[in-house]
Design a protein around this ligand. Structure first.
Ligand SMILES: Cc1cc2nc3c(=O)[nH]c(=O)nc-3n(C[C@H](O)[C@H](O)[C@H](O)COP(=O)(O)OP(=O)(O)OC[C@H]3O[C@@H](n4cnc5c(N)ncnc54)[C@H](O)[C@@H]3O)c2cc1C
Length: 675
């Protein structure tokens, strides 16, 4: 995404007036990297892993809206089932969380009220977080939470007091629920926070002490009342989380909305603890869900949850209080065809050139601070007479990426391993791009895991690059997609349809109900599944040669032992009802797993980029690489949202383009084009 966002930004407007050419070099046959998806048997969607867009992804939505606007499929491709960005994504308000309480898992779903804002408005991506807005949205979130709690458990009454000492009748009542009066008190408190935030610049230190003590007392006062009741406990954990964040911001001088990096050396959970968050909150499904969604486990070890505090704080606020339209937006087809195929089509239409099957092997330096040449392997040649590779196929009228290269356009079948570093083959030839002859400026947009392999000269030449490679960590992930012969309610799921749920178990901690994709696939009626489920989670590194088998075994155990807590209808006295897995080959028992899509993302390029405490300061910024003619793009760069997500990759691409257009990254010799 980082590279494509750069190309998108560079090729906006009358770009040919100041740029000769823009060329995207891509290994393999498809775009998208960790967000790639393609179509397999029966046109089924096969993803790198589960992907959702958050409602605060303003840069991503802005690009998406521009891309669909320019393609104008309603006019140019009216048969296409996804014609506009509104067709491509739809708001999703339900967030599920799972909770372990001896002896079993339980779950609950919160519906976040949507709003009328539209993500991706011009300029929105450059606006910093406003604590003031955050605080007022916090109140809305609490109301939502109360509603969710109230519908699962008939309310008695709970009291949330603005006073440090709760009323005695409230203290006596263990099973109570937060009601209007308490919320009024809370609203008043938040008003104080808002006012304080407005004054924060000059009064920060005096304010911090008094605000912190009010919040502290208020929170502790409510705690005793709420913890006994499971529904109320969840409410209180959220209240505690929000209050601790605001209180911590006040205490650490962050109410102005800047300076989050000052606490980035701490783990978010440790930071919350240091500001008085209760143990239950630290271990709560909400906090756990945040770590799960960002694969924030060092080396994939569940015992080592680690996430930089300043970033955690920002993400919590952005995710919960800065969303436009909806907290989540779900793609209405595979990510490959919702984001990357349209981007490809629109970029190609603008005149951006694509060279598929080009593997980057090495960036070479001259003695100075300049990339002198770039070594590529050509993985396969085009068939004679084939002018350029046309990478897309249609499924139900939608332009999609196939799961293999389209060999009728090639002079030979390049086999597997085109996207694998471990299995990198010789290919059909080498190409060397020379600075000044073949390019002016290069944008390195591979993923972080590849940097030591393709940019070792830069790492050796520059301590900033070495520090980055040493400090910014990546983690392997596992993912599984299941097609099932039962609906979710037949499987015993008692929540709403289309939920994304996190915090569940140790292996596949996140589940997304994806049955809305069934009409986009192309199953013959006789074998058509009735629901789709995606699972994913972080995993420790294992030998890539056996990774797929490891994940398949884990999935089998997960289905046999764990999934029944979500889907009780999938179990009988013999264990998991394997016949519930759809399989057109009608295998029996666990062999039906062979018909599902399971992935171990272990390749250096596939590893998820983490945000461990203390690592953010070692990220390199898009336009400040230390090398004259080189920009970088990707979710591993310093882009103001230093997290492994599509939004960070898009922002980084925008920043790389701005750096080039402003001249801060520039040709060190006379001009030729872009890379
Ligand atoms: C399982 C999983 C689930 C995720 N879920 C979400 C989610 O729900 N929401 C979200 O926002 N983010 C999610 N992410 C993160 C998101 O996918 C990434 O942040 C994003 O894709 C990063 O984009 P990028 O451009 O920085 O890197 P990449 O996507 O890794 O792209 C790098 C590009 O470089 C290419 N490349 C690598 N090596 C070479 C080479 N030697 N030669 C030529 N080309 C090369 C790759 O093929 C790829 O095209 C998820 C990630 C994973 C792993």
């Amino acid at each position: 995404m980082g590279g494509l966002a750069t190309a998108w930004e560079l090729s906006s407007g009358e770009w040919r007036k100041h740029i000769d050419s823009i060329t995207v070099y891509q290994r393999g046959w498809r775009l998208g990297g960790k967000g790639a998806s393609s179509r397999g048997r029966f046109g089924r969607i096969e993803e790198h892993g589960l992907h959702v867009l958050f409602g605060y992804y303003d840069a991503t939505f802005r690009v998406l809206r521009e891309v669909y606007g320019e393609l104008d499929r309603a006019l140019t491709d009216p048969e296409c089932p996804i014609r506009s960005w509104r067709d491509a994504v739809s708001p999703a308000d339900d967030v599920g969380l799972a909770e372990w309480k001896e002896p079993a898992w339980s779950h609950f779903v919160t519906r976040f009220s949507g709003n009328d804002a539209i993500p991706g408005e011009p300029g929105a991506e450059d606006r910093p977080i406003q604590p003031l807005d955050m605080a007022s949205r916090a109140l809305r979130l609490l109301l939502d939470f109360h509603q969710a709690v109230a519908t699962r458990r008939p309310p008695a009454h709970v009291y949330v007091s603005g006073s440090p000492m709760p009323r005695s009748e409230a203290s006596d009542s263990a099973a109570t629920l937060v009601r209007g009066a308490g919320l009024t008190a809370l609203a008043a408190l938040l008003e104080v926070v808002e006012r304080s935030a407005r004054l924060a610049t000059g009064l920060e230190s005096g304010l911090a002490g008094s605000l912190a003590s009010v919040l502290h007392g208020w929170r502790d006062g409510t705690r005793r009342v709420l913890l006994a009741d499971p529904a109320a406990r969840r409410t209180w954990q959220l209240v505690d989380l929000i209050v601790t964040n605001v209180q911590g911001m006040a205490a650490d001088g962050l109410l102005s909305g800047t300076g989050y990096e000052r606490i980035d050396h701490l783990d978010y959970r440790d930071w919350l603890t240091s500001h008085g968050a209760a143990r239950e909150t630290i271990d709560s499904p909400i906090v756990r869900g945040m770590y799960d969604l960002t694969f924030a486990y060092e080396d994939g070890d569940r015992a080592r949850p680690r996430f930089a505090a300043g970033l955690g704080l920002q993400l919590a606020f952005r995710m919960l209080f800065d969303f436009k339209g909806s907290i989540f937006w779900r793609m209405q087809a595979g990510m490959g065809e919702v984001i990357f195929a349209p981007l490809y089509e629109a970029l190609a239409r603008r005149g951006v050139d694509f060279r598929f099957f080009r593997r980057l092997d090495r960036l070479r330096l001259t003695a100075g601070r300049t990339v002198s040449s770039i070594d590529l392997s050509r993985q396969v040649n085009l068939r004679r007479g084939q002018g350029r590779y046309e990478p897309l196929v249609r499924v139900n009228g939608l332009p999609c990426w196939p799961d293999r290269p389209l060999v009728d356009q090639l002079d030979t079948d390049p086999g597997d391993g085109l996207e694998s570093h471990a299995k990198a083959a010789m290919g059909s030839g080498a190409e060397r791009l020379v600075a000044g002859r073949d390019f002016d400026v290069a944008v390195l947009a591979v993923s972080l895991g590849m940097i030591p392999h393709v940019a070792s000269e830069l790492v050796a030449a520059d301590t900033a690059w070495r520090d980055m490679v040493d400090s910014v960590a990546t983690v392997a992930t596992r993912s599984a997609q299941l097609w099932l012969d039962a609906t979710e309610s037949e499987m015993g799921w008692d929540g709403p349809r289309g939920v994304t749920l996190s915090g569940f178990g140790e292996v596949f901690d996140t589940w997304a109900s994806m049955s809305h994709l069934l009409p986009m696939e192309a199953w013959p009626p006789a074998v058509a599944p009735r629901s789709i489920a995606y699972f994913c989670g972080a995993m420790p590194g294992v030998d890539p040669a056996t990774g797929g088998e490891v994940v398949r075994d884990e999935l089998r155990r997960f289905l046999e032992e764990e999934v029944g807590a979500l889907w009780p209808g999938t179990r009988d006295s013999a264990g998991f009802r394997w016949e519930m897995l759809s399989d057109d080959l009608r295998r029996s028992g666990p062999d039906r797993l062979s018909g599902q899509y399971v992935k171990a993302n272990l390749d250096p390029s596939d590893r998820y980029v983490q945000s461990l405490p203390g690592s953010g300061k070692h990220r390199i910024a898009a336009g400040r690489t230390g090398f004259d003619n080189l920009a970088v793009a990707g979710d591993w760069t310093a882009c103001g949202l230093d997290a492994g997500c599509i939004e960070a990759a898009t922002r980084s691409g925008v920043l790389a383009a701005r750096a080039i257009l402003s001249g801060s990254v520039r040709a060190s010799t006379t001009s030729r084009g872009m890379w």
